[in-house]
Ligand binder design. Sequence first.
Ligand code: PLP
Length: 395
Amino acid sequence: KYNLSKKALGISPSLTLEITAKAQELKRQGVDIIGFGAGEPDYNTPENISCEAIKAIKEGQTRYTATSGIPELKAAICRKLLEDNSLSYEPKNILVSNGAKHSLFNAFSAILNPGDEVIVPVPYWVSYPEFVKLADGVPVFLETKESNGFKYDIEELKKAITPKTKAIILNSPSNPTGAVYDAEDLAAIAKLAVEKGIFVVSDEIYEKLIYEGEHRSIASFGDDIKDLTIVINGMSKAYAMTGWRIGYAAAHEDIIKVMTNVQSHATSNPNSIAQYASVEALNGSQDEIEKMRQSFEQRRNYMVEKINSIEGLSCIAPKGAFYIMANISALKGKTVDGMKLETSLDVAALFLEKANVAIVPGVAFGADDFIRLSYATSLENIEEGLKRIEVVLKK
Ligand code: PLP
């Protein structure tokens, strides 16, 4: 009916949000659904953080702030980056935004010209290709293998680089695969990026949720790579603060300046109250986040073992984040409970319709041989959900 923007029409809806909405709708209708779709911790924001927000409201911290964020928060972020990641930045290197998603959007808007290529790991987090397209760039998909822990193969990465390559997306720990890059991997990618003069957009939002290995920021591998890296992080996953919408970027000031200009017209400053709460999140006690990490680890261990005991499913143990990519290739071509399984969407439909279990089909992440199950839900739900899947797959 309308002559709408071709660029905007080319943007896919977020399949993960759609599936969550579908499962919620069924729940509302009274269907007993077990959801493995969640992209957020199932915990409430720790009390000390919420209290700071209430205090900020009472003290009248309810006006516009500087576009790039309040000085207290930028100072807390600089301290965190130095202590946790050995990264020395000044407040001029920091831009606080409305969630890490917004930080990523600003980053691609700042670095891309029409036709610039960005290397995106497959399986990818659903928003990466769309950010690139929104900024007139071209996503170049680079397959990673389950047998390589879903990490980039450095030789293949080299081959994927063309004269048009502007940036590489690095997401460690990864959504949806749980991949965590070790120091050796990061050093190799850093060397390559520096040699070719390519930006690295390093999405480190799951940094605090690691079960094997340790988190290292690629920006810490030398001044040359630091100048080419845009570090992205935020409050959502580590502090159970998804609804507060605070994320941040750290990079060379020339990049941050342009990102800040973009943000100043799009949204101005991020929410003032949430910024004060975030200062407490970063500077206050970190005990709660360690408790959350431990319970995620317990669920992960149970889930990996159980999935590998179910015929037709298998998975590698994710090293971080809170998702499992279960391999469903053994189910393809089979008929289960009267439903023919040819794609990950068919498997998702089978589980939803015949087992009342919601998962995300791998096609959403460009990987149709997989489904993603989130373990940001109680152990009780995980046990029940996997039992239902086991029962239906025996049919
Ligand atoms: N990056 C990854 C890999 C994610 O999974 C998410 C959330 O799902 C985000 C960034 C965005 O988080 P937020 O915008 O809530 O900070």
